[in-house]
Design a protein around this ligand. Sequence first.
Ligand code: SF4
Length: 684
Amino acid sequence: MIKHSICDICTPGVHCGMELEIEDGKIAAVRGTPGFPVSDGKLCVKGLATAQYVYREDRIRTPMRRIGPRGSGRFEPISWEEAFDEIAFRVNQAKDEAGPESVLFMVGYEKWMRSWLQRLAFSFGSPNYLTESSTCNQARVLAWRAMCGAMFGPDMGHASVCVGWGYNPAGSQHVAYSGLKKFKQRGGKLLIIDPRRCEASEIADLYLQPKNGTDHVLAYAIARELFTTNGVNEEFLQKYVYGAKEYRALVDPFTPEYAQIVTGIPAEDIRLAATYFHAYGPMCIQCGNGIPHRTGGFDLYRSIISLAVLTGNIDTVGGALPSSMSFAHCNTGTASREREFILAHKFRTLKTAVGANRFPLWNEMLTEGQGMALTKWLESGGEYPLKAALCFGVNHMMYPQSERFLRAMDRLDFVVSTDLFWTEMCRHSDIVLPALSSVERSEIKCYSGKYIYYTSPAIAPFVDGKDDVEIITEIAKRIVPDDELLCSGYDASARWMLEPLGIENWDEVKAAEGPVLIPNSKPYEIGSYLRNIPTPTGKIELCSTIIDKYGQIGLTGVPHWVKPEENREFPFVAMTGARIVYAIHSRCHKVPSLRRMRPEPLVDINPSDAAALGIQQGDDVEIYNIAGSVVMKANLSNVVAAGEISMYHGYEEANCNELIDVDLLDPYTGFPSYKQVQCNIRKV
Ligand code: SF4
């Protein structure tokens, strides 16, 4: 029997369509669904390993209560009713003793259920909704909103030039990588800028490899070159942009010759790169999520998108277009009531969230706490007591100095973890609940602003689990029983949020074997954003007036570059987290066929450095700094320049996030420095 579903192992923008062959109720084979929006019949190796993923031995089978010390792994099975009642009792107890803000509502990588968890937090009275987005994409959202009033995305399909800055979809999204190759086939010009060589740099027309931590100077030098060679779009600047004069003064000292000294890129290549931004037609910038993942990363990201502003590639065909993620991080092609659903109980009237006072810009522009401030808060006692956490897919390995985070979480009186698999976070929890995978549950997904797909379970649950929203709903019934809409469950509340889509017969949508057209969806009218720019000045702000008012804590309206100091004790600059197609974070490392493709944790070292340190291919090496240390296998490779290393992430036995200093956070966003880590390396 053939069943249809979606893979949700990676980002919601993709979620490829899957056909599953079911034999005796179990998945026998998996392939892509032909003609499916976005993925069109293709799956990556992770999606193809869905059966191994779903039937992993370490799936959580039934609700469990801890009976040994935290981390001991000693649990006893309990019923769902017992679990829900105990959760409600302990959470209400925390509220009575220390206020609703003492309860954390936390989520890891999952996105489809976030609106429900956020509403539960706010409905309960806690501002402490904390997500993995504290280290992922939100810094980019913040930058676009601060400068342009809205998030933008590249119009790759109509661009003549693509500038990929820290962008290598080959390791993360096969759909985007196919798009990049198609772009090249139709004659598009590709400029890749990345301190690490990658698949994208191999197909680029021009590849620039700045020293890690210097590409901010490169962005300034390109901006200066645009100003001095008539590469800026003067008409666009006059009409739509605030702060162009200040920006010109800012970048003026950064000549290509000076940038050559700092970045290691020849001045003539910088001049050539500048032409890509204006000389060949519409230009879009593809910036990887990793750009803001460093101290100073927010300013770097702003300096990169400023290049799109200077050349007028905003709200134009083939440039950057406003992106409208209006339901579950996807584009419905029309408005939805998701924000109304989430914010029914006003975030701003609640107590300030974790990280709000430390990162006021984040707090002003987003409706969630900054989770990277949590470790220090728990260690120091914080601004008010925290007592309990309801965690959904929270993975301690995502956090900087992960073990330190785990020990900090141990200070809470009560922790619940809902997950597919047994993780260290689960082993340190009081109650553990089994979640269902995407092929064992239903979900509403929207694609390309055009299609809606209401999936049905392809197989009966492999475990005694419930889907995340059902778990949230059952907890809501016990702790916020007056919140009728939230307590009505997934189907009713999702339909409420999606009412503006104009769907008259939901039963038909549900019965369809695949995506159907959204009645009210409309293509974006290009140029409509420029008619009413939603910033304080009514213009695109190269000098952000929203940020400028935080000058007293060192934030600046224009992006700033701080020259790194020489560090003799830790002379290497490491980057972590380059994606490999077989894994996403740590979640696929225990899928046998995927693990076989990259069995050991590797660190890429330039052969010249390896020779100087007496390191050979496959040697065990220790990478260390003041935050921690980790042992990996040396992989001698020219993907990194001399003086730099690159570590792959997600390995329990060699977690590179132990090297990421929990105190070293970007002052605008609170993002840790995953991509620019001072360290040293030695053979062990
Ligand atoms: S993991 Fe692979 S198959 Fe699954 S949604 Fe992501 S890209 Fe598609």
